[in-house]
Design a protein around this ligand. Structure first.
Ligand code: ZN
Length: 177
């Protein structure tokens, strides 16, 4: 058990550093791959290593009936952020958007709009931001992952979202479009 945990931590370090092979631990070299450019390569496994990272979606949820948007508080933290979640392997981004909103708030998304992405280095995650529209808040019922929430006007949301966060960057960029 502990051995596996340590193995997984080492594996993650290897993947994130992109310096060592996560299969055999050998030092990776840089090698030319046709049509792809310079890629990390393990001489022992004779294998190219493409960059590995997680993918997540973050959503500006807008209630079309009231034209207000949803901000939430999570993980015992005192600040407002956007609804977000990891994308499962093999899952489409648009499916992850609807699934996360359904799971966390009970609401069905009626349409989505892709906004922009940003790589978040500390979590090794590519964050993909969308605006997700719901017809109304009839089915609104937050799950235990959400500590607190509020529906804000656009101006209020800009004021209350966590300052200097990725969520604030996405929200401001969308509202300033
Ligand atoms: Zn190797």
């Amino acid at each position: 058990m502990l051995h596996n945990i340590i193995k997984n931590i080492i594996r993650k370090e290897y993947i994130m550093s992109e310096k060592y092979c996560y299969e055999c631990g050998s030092k990776l070299i840089k090698k030319e791959l046709e049509n792809e450019g310079i890629i990390s390569f393990c001489p022992k496994c004779n294998q190219y290593h493409f960059p590995m990272y997680n993918v997540a979606v973050s959503m500006i949820v807008i209630n079309k009936e009231t034209n207000k948007l949803l901000l939430i508080k999570q993980y015992g933290k005192p600040f407002y952020i956007l609804v977000a979640g990891y994308v499962n392997r093999t899952e489409q981004l648009e499916h992850a958007v609807a699934r996360e909103i359904k799971e966390e708030t009970g609401m069905n998304v009626s349409s989505i709009k892709f906004n922009r992405t940003s790589f978040y280095e500390p979590s090794n995650v590519l964050m993909c931001n969308f605006t997700a529209f719901v017809e109304n808040d009839k089915d609104f019922c937050v799950n235990e992952e959400i500590d607190d929430y509020s529906w804000f006007t656009y101006e209020e949301a800009k004021k209350y979202i966590r300052e200097n966060s990725l969520a604030a960057y996405f929200l401001n960029a969308y509202l300033d479009e």
